[in-house]
Design a protein around this ligand. Structure first.
Ligand code: NDP
Ligand code: A1CAB
Length: 275
């Protein structure tokens, strides 16, 4: 149990995933969680579903909190930081999930010596299967990193990186669910093309992605070794793989991650130019 009051500023998808995970894992009690937002009906839904406290006032929430999770969209974060800065002090830990917003910008907005951790989670956190990377700011302690890791471990796995690698994380696992959904949709279309009903095709495609990932994680084997186990001489899988290689799947995926990483970097640079 984290004996701390945690305020979520911006109670959208990512905040709800974390609230659900913290409660399910028993890491926090409902009365130690505060969620803020702009619409009372959204907050009422959170109160009813999770029993957490809610406020329309970000500053009041920050004042009460030991840990503040900044979970608004990146475009809204600058305004929120300036708004809550008067309530910030060095006893509070600030954790941001916002894509692209550099730690230096957050530290500058919140004030001298503030404890900030920047993270990049992903949407499978909504079902407890997230992947999150965390990077400490200059004034975040090891204990702060342990607290933040516990928050994200309640909805998946975590890893610690230097801040300059967070753009790469955004390109791979932050944006990655979008790539995987596209692949599942394409595999479902393919199933329909070869005669399967849509529902059956999608169920088989999704379970194949889930099961293959689980097999890789549980065996800790090299992906190439597991690929070889599926591939008999002169068989079906090698015929499919040949077509994927001819279509440049590897290069396309590498290009996609590189493009998303570049975009994340550009968004960060825009914040630095503005500040
Ligand atoms: N979605 C993703 O795949 C990922 C998202 N992230 C990051 O997570 C953050 C949140 O994303 P997500 O949860 O998807 O977005 P959502 O739009 O679902 O959530 C943002 C919430 O913030 C609320 N909000 C906006 N402005 C304010 C304000 N001034 N004060 C209080 N609340 C406010 C919004 O309210 P309203 O509904 O009224 O607008 C909304 O409920 C982003 O910074 C994003 O970069 C990180 C990794 C992956
Ligand atoms: O596309 C985006 O900006 C967000 C960041 C990570 C995933 N989606």
């Amino acid at each position: 149990m984290l004996e701390r009051t945690i305020a979520f500023i911006g109670a959208g998808n990512m905040a709800e995933a974390l609230i659900k995970g913290l409660l399910r894992a028993g890491t926090a009690r409902p009365d130690s969680i505060i969620a803020t937002g702009r619409r009372e009906e959204r907050l009422e839904g959170l109160r009813r579903t999770y029993g957490v406290r809610t406020l329309l006032d970000n500053v009041a929430a920050v004042r009460e909190a030991d840990v503040v999770v900044l979970a608004v969209k990146p475009q809204a974060l600058d305004k929120v930081l300036l708004q809550v800065a008067p309530a910030a002090d060095q006893k509070k830990l600030f954790i941001s999930v916002a894509a692209g917003v550099p730690i230096s910008v957050m530290e500058r907005r919140l004030g001298q010596g503030m404890r900030v951790i920047r993270t990049m989670p992903n949407t499978p956190s909504l079902v407890g299967m997230g992947a999150c990377a965390l990077a400490p700011g200059e004034h975040a302690s090891e204990e702060d990193m342990a607290v933040a890791s516990r928050v994200f471990q309640s909805v998946g796995i975590t890893t610690v990186v230097e801040e300059n690698l967070l753009d790469a994380v955004t390109g791979l696992s932050g944006s990655g669910p979008a790539y995987i959904f596209l692949i599942i949709e394409a595999l479902s279309d393919a199933g329909v093309k070869v005669g399967l009903p849509r529902y059956t095709a999608q169920k088989l495609a999704a379970q194949t992605v889930l099961g293959s990932a689980q097999l890789l994680i549980e065996t800790n084997a090299h992906p190439g070794q597991l690929k070889d186990q599926v591939t008999s001489p002169g068989g079906t899988a090698i015929a499919g793989l040949h077509t994927l290689e001819a279509g440049g799947l590897r290069t396309t995926l590498i290009n996609a991650v590189e493009a998303a990483t570049r975009r994340s970097r550009e968004l960060g640079e825009q914040f630095l130019e503005k500040s």
